[in-house]
Design a protein around this ligand. Structure first.
Ligand code: ADP
Ligand code: ZN
Ligand code: ZN
Length: 724
């Protein structure tokens, strides 16, 4: 008899021991079914314990072993256990989140990749006359005579005929097993590389087979994807697998097609839109090696691979690589860790690298590869500041901007207007007394969505009909305060009646497939105005856009978040990168009331590259990440004082345990109340990563016993990206 330690999907920071009945064997990484309270749970075997170390009789027995071989490989277990420690998240939840939902539910792994039907010898021997009394069977038999049929291509109408033929043993089912994809012997030749690209590809190819991170810093349009493709080619000849991580919004059919068109290998995508069955199929194809390339969003990082040769992280600066709730991991950082464990190369690509990655490159932890010109030889767009204080402004657009828009449209090109606020207006206000329609559950105004005839809170999701009267004085003169994309769209249309106005934001693209449709329209169409949010900044190509207007850059200039300047610089550069990608040079107008602001001047005159290096110096002087490590405690409760007191207790403990860790807090969160709860924060800074993590462990352990802990919800965010 022996004892196993099992990781269970429960939010408890402990592991659970069970008895393994005599004669039953199990390996670490296999799923088991165990009794837990009144329920039975699927867990993952985490450790095999020496039998005599425990009072075995006190332990419950497992109910069943669910796998013959581990679903989590040893390397994956090591990665996940590192992640659980590093992000201070319960191990059971971390392990379980790394397997597809159907496996979490205890479903068996399919033993074969697909099912085919084909004629048996008897089936080949029959003649048409034998089957002429059963026309449906005859039709199916005729089809099968041409070759095998995949199970999922059989229609429901064909099923009865199939059943009959199976019964007569004229047809047999053949299980096609999972098997590694056949190594590629010849690939379609790639583009002729520029010198920069060639240097990058050769550095990456030479490093293959060992752990080596690269930062590929290439301006938009410099051909980073071509570098990925040509670095991948030699791996496919060896039968190795490649994981490509992309931002949530970057996983477009175009991205997939660029990989699938180049190589004749199975290219799979992994994203939140897959069904549970599709996820399991993708997971298993990666695990068995039958998928060659997987392109996916952040959680693809936890896929099991039979033979991983390279990880690519495209747009490595993108915030969507960080999980913002529950298990708050950063896929970029864990990808580098995974590459170290698997001894493979990892390429982080971006036109606007995060300051963290740049820091790593400057300190030689990453090898820096630079693509400094556009692959087509085409010029980068010019950036121009528009002073909103010195000229007439109509609908948020300066006169000179309107003139340039007109001019661009007249020349037959398209104009993109970027405004990062969806809805009609960020607030609805009373013209007589100044009352603003606030969310009742948050410290924020509600956004007016005119088309939906609703006020929506963008923080907690609550909504209500647009009021007819002021909630304070009863006046009916309610007016929009500020401008959102919906309003800008409505204002532009009468100004430019002869051209279409398209809006791209989360509201206009809610329907499945509508984004792809809109993008096709834009690519195929003539002069038009494209209004949109953040969505416009990522990955898409708009060959006919030659003018981009960033309607309001000022919001980010005075933010309390130390990352705001970095994010603004990335946004401006990324949006600019959408302009003039085809044969025509582009121009970007930055509308601001503070055109002399240092950040804007720096981006305009020296570009992101120089901005980022200066910003790093500033972080060094102010001892902010990446020069110190940051962990953020968040606590929230319906009672205002509870989270503050709880964080204060952490502060007192931290001051005695680790006086070198600098604390900021308890402070109120930028959004003080959300969904009815008061929110407080504690920021912990330290130059020593080990010292910080030791303190975090102590704080978490101690707080488990405090009565206050039960009165609130708390989270710990290690290396937070978003400080709200
Ligand atoms: P990035 O991802 O760096 O923004 P892309 O990989 O999308 O850039 O490349 C931009 C454009 O340049 C694409 O149309 C691509 O086909 C083209 N391109 C890339 N490399 C080359 C090359 N070596 N020669 C000619 N065109 C290239
Ligand atoms: Zn709200
Ligand atoms: Zn009023």
């Amino acid at each position: 008899m022996s004892v196993i330690r099992v990781a269970l999907p429960v939010p408890l920071r402990q592991s659970f021991d069970y008895r393994l009945p005599v004669g039953i064997e199990v390996q670490v990484g296999c799923r088991v079914l165990v009794p837990f309270g009144k329920r039975e749970l699927v867990g993952i075997v985490w450790q095999l314990q020496p039998a005599d170390a425990f009072a075995e009789d006190a332990l419950k027995s497992i109910v069943a072993v669910l796998d013959d071989s581990p679903v989590l490989s040893g390397q994956l277990c090591r990665l996940l256990s590192f992640a659980a420690d590093y992000y201070h998240h319960p191990l059971g939840e971390v392990l379980i989140s790394a397997i597809p939902a159907l496996l979490r539910e205890g479903k068996p792994l399919p033993g074969y990749q697909s099912l085919h039907y084909q004629l048996t010898q008897a089936g080949q021997a029959v003649t048409e006359t034998d089957l002429q009394r059963a026309p449906k069977q005859l039709a199916l038999w005729q089809q099968l005579r041409q070759g095998g049929l995949a199970a999922d291509s059989i229609t429901s109408e064909q099923r009865p005929a199939l059943r009959a033929l199976l019964q007569k043993q004229l047809v047999a089912a053949i299980e096609v097993p999972f098997s590694p994809y056949p190594a590629v012997t010849s690939t379609q030749a790639g583009l002729k590389l520029t010198t920069d690209q060639a240097l990058a590809v050769s550095a990456i190819v030479q490093a293959q087979g060992r752990f080596q991170p690269f930062l590929l810093e290439g301006i938009t349009g410099s051909g980073k994807t071509e570098v990925y493709l040509q670095s991948i080619a030699p791996l496919l000849a060896e039968g190795k697998q490649v994981l490509v991580l992309v931002p949530e919004i970057g996983l477009t059919p175009q991205t997939l097609a660029r990989f699938a068109d180049r190589f004749q290998v199975p290219v799979l995508s992994w994203h939140s839109g897959l069904t549970d069955t599709e996820r399991l199929a993708c997971w298993q194809q990666a695990a068995t090696g039958s998928a060659a390339i997987v392109i996916g969003t952040r959680s693809a990082l936890f896929l099991r691979f039979a033979s991983l040769g390279l990880i690519v992280i495209d747009e490595e600066h993108d915030a969507s690589l960080k999980q913002q709730d529950g298990f708050r991991y950063h896929a970029r950082d864990l990808a580098v860790k995974r590459a170290a464990l698997e001894q493979c190369t990892v390429v982080l690509g971006s036109a606007t690298p995060s300051l963290e990655s740049l820091y790593n490159a400057l300190h030689k932890r990453f090898q820096l590869l630079t693509l400094s010109s556009r692959a087509s030889g085409q010029q980068l767009p010019t950036l121009e500041l528009v002073n909103l204080q010195q000229q007439a402004v109509q609908f948020g657009l300066a006169d000179s901007s309107i003139q340039q828009i007109k001019h661009t449209l007249q020349q037959g090109f398209q104009v993109m207007l970027f405004l990062n606020r969806r809805g009609f207006a960020p607030a609805l206000s009373c013209d007589e007394c100044g009352w603003v329609a606030d969310c009742q559950r948050c410290d924020a105004s509600m956004t007016w969505h005119k088309q939906d005839r609703q006020l929506n809170c963008h923080h907690c999701g609550s909504s209500r009909p647009v009021p007819r009267q002021c909630g304070h004085c009863g006046s009916t003169r309610l007016v929009p305060l500020g401008q959102g994309t919906e309003q800008l769209e409505a204002q532009l249309q009468p100004m430019f009646p002869e051209v279409p106005v398209v809006r791209l934001d989360r509201d206009s693209t809610r329907r499945k497939g509508s984004l792809v449709e809109a993008l096709q329209h834009i690519t195929a169409g003539g002069p038009q105005l494209i209004v949109g949010t953040q969505m416009l900044a990522k990955g898409h190509h708009f060959p006919k856009v030659t003018l981009v207007v960033i309607v309001d850059v000022d919001g980010a200039l005075f933010s309390s978040d130390f990352r705001a300047p970095e994010q603004l610089a990335q946004l401006i550069t990324q949006v600019a990168g959408r302009a003039g990608r085809a044969q025509h040079a582009g121009k970007v107008l930055l509308q601001s009331r503070y055109p002399d602001h240092g950040i804007l001047q720096d981006i305009i005159h020296n570009g992101y590259d120089s901005f980022a290096r200066l910003a790093l110096k500033e972080r060094q002087q102010t001892l902010l990440p990446p020069y110190q490590y940051l962990a953020l405690f968040r606590a929230e409760s319906h009672q205002d004082d509870v989270p503050r007191q709880w964080l204060q207790q952490l502060v007192e403990l931290a001051q005695t345990e680790a006086p070198k860790v600098q604390l900021l807090g308890p402070i109120r969160a930028p959004l003080e109340r959300k969904a009815g709860k008061y929110r407080w924060q504690l920021h912990c800074y330290s130059a020593s990563r080990a010292g910080l993590h030791q303190l975090l462990n102590q704080l978490i352990a101690a707080s488990q016993g405090w009565p206050l802990t039960r009165k609130l919800r708390w989270q710990l965010d290690v290396d937070p990206v978003d400080l709200s």
